[in-house]
Design a protein around this ligand. Structure first.
Ligand code: HEM
Length: 399
């Protein structure tokens, strides 16, 4: 057996670019691993899925962790309260009954899924503005499209989407495994600007009958148990932020994987759907999720004590040979692809359809516009955060 003390190395540079050998070593020798960081690292598909669907494992550890960090820094006369306030109603961190209430509320107002034409025209506009011959698929396109789409869905001026995108990319750093005080200052500034932006916008949207924000305000006013203004602001921030880095991740990494394997060609819509699911399985944008055990729980022959932090490796589960044939191969026609890229259980992604739709339209339109494409960036730069897998830049040459 391997030396199990050093199986989990979330800060190693090589794992940012390729975490899969580390996952494989964990999966093969200790799939429910108690690490030197005092968390339980879970890498088998069935175990990850079981934990996500077991309500004795709860969400929220991330927000507690951020709040503890903030409380500590507040003692040092630094003010980071806006971070906790902006994130207080992020669905990801809530548990029943509050989670059920907010999720139901969003479901009841977010009913319009008929937005393919809107995404397609946004995509074509963005492509028409790209620099000729060479551009950065991540910065010039992948991070911009989801922000533009969400601005359109919420009903906020599309001119604001680039500003809000930069706030979202800063705020999402709070999900990093390890953050510095410098990061916290940046996250705090973005949280403050987000709160200011949505305080004003929610007021304005009360009177303007378009977009999801207007529907949210009206439904809330009619509700027996209305959410507070601060709660509505936090929900709006989350809806805007949740899809930016994740959708950008699948577009950027997807373009890279297609080019790298000579798979840059047109497909029919069904083939694109299979292709997007396989890109999501093969290089999942969300690699890690966290939960806390509320009691002592038996899992796969191990006893997880009450109050333990459990880290679920979606990226490992999605390459588990027990579930997927040739798990380390990108098979773009793979059928029955039951990957966990969108999680499972009560926190299952509410924008899975939207993330996939945007990725499909983006890749379809890019391939149609540019029949040939090659990588300019040779030395790939991956996000230095194991939890979110994305390229920070990827320059391509197109004709
Ligand atoms: C390809 C793109 C995307 C990926 C890979 C992704 C992935 C995920 C994952 C793994 C979760 C579960 C988190 C957990 O269990 O703790 C989640 C939750 C969520 N996602 Fe996505 N997401 C994507 C796009 C989007 C988009 C476009 C939206 C639109 C707003 C969105 C909204 C949400 C929401 C609201 C939740 C929280 C659900 C809850 O806690 O009940 N996501 N996402």
């Amino acid at each position: 057996m391997n030396d199990q003390k050093h199986l989990w190395k979330p800060w190693d540079e090589e794992n940012f670019s390729n975490p899969y050998p580390m996952y494989k070593a964990l999966q093969q020798s200790d799939p429910i691993h108690f690490s030197q960081t005092k968390e339980w690292i879970i890498t088998r598909y069935e175990d990850v899925r079981t934990v996500l669907r077991d309500n004795r494992f709860v969400a929220g550890n991330r927000l507690d962790w951020i709040k503890r960090g903030i409380a500590y820094l507040n003692n040092k006369e630094m003010d980071f309260q806006a971070i906790a306030s902006a994130m207080s109603h992020f669905l990801l961190f809530l548990n029943p009954p509050q989670h059920t209430r907010v999720r139901k509320f969003i479901h009841s107002v977010w009913t319009n899924r008929d937005i393919e034409p809107l995404i397609r025209s946004g995509t074509r506009d963005l492509i028409s503005q790209l620099p000729k011959q060479q551009f950065d698929i991540v910065k010039d396109f992948g991070q911009v499209l989801p922000a533009l789409t969400m601005a359109n869905i919420l009903g906020i001026p599309s001119a604001d989407h680039r500003y809000l995108k930069s706030l979202a990319l800063n705020l999402i750093k709070a999900m990093d495994l390890y953050i510095s005080v410098k990061d916290l200052v940046l996250i705090h500034q973005s949280a403050k600007e987000f709160i200011d932006y949505f305080s004003v916008t929610l007021q304005e949207k009360r009177m303007k009958e378009d977009g999801l924000l207007h529907k949210i305000i009206v439904a809330n006013e009619k509700s027996d148990e209305p959410l507070t203004n601060n709660e509505l602001i936090s929900i709006s921030i989350f809806l805007f932020t949740a899809g930016v880095e994740t959708t950008s991740g699948v577009i950027g990494t997807g373009v890279y994987n297609l080019i790298n394997r000579n798979q840059w060609h047109e497909r029919d819509p069904e083939a694109w759907d299979l292709c997007i699911d396989e890109l999501l399985r093969y290089d999942s944008p969300v690699q890690l999720l966290g939960r806390i055990s509320t009691e002592e729980i038996e899992l796969g022959g191990k006893t997880i004590p009450k109050g333990s932090t459990v880290t679920l490796c979606l990226g490992a589960a999605n390459r588990d040979p027990e579930l997927f044939d040739q798990p380390d191969e990108l098979i773009l026609t793979r059928n029955q692809n039951r990957h966990l890229a969108f999680g499972s259980g009560i926190h299952f992604c509410m924008g899975d359809w939207l993330g996939k739709l945007q990725a499909r339209i983006a890749l379809e339109e890019l391939v149609k516009t540019y029949p040939t494409s090659s990588a300019v960036t040779q030395d790939l730069k991956w996000n230095k955060n194991l939890a979110i897998r994305s390229l920070t830049e990827f320059k391509v040459a197109v004709t």
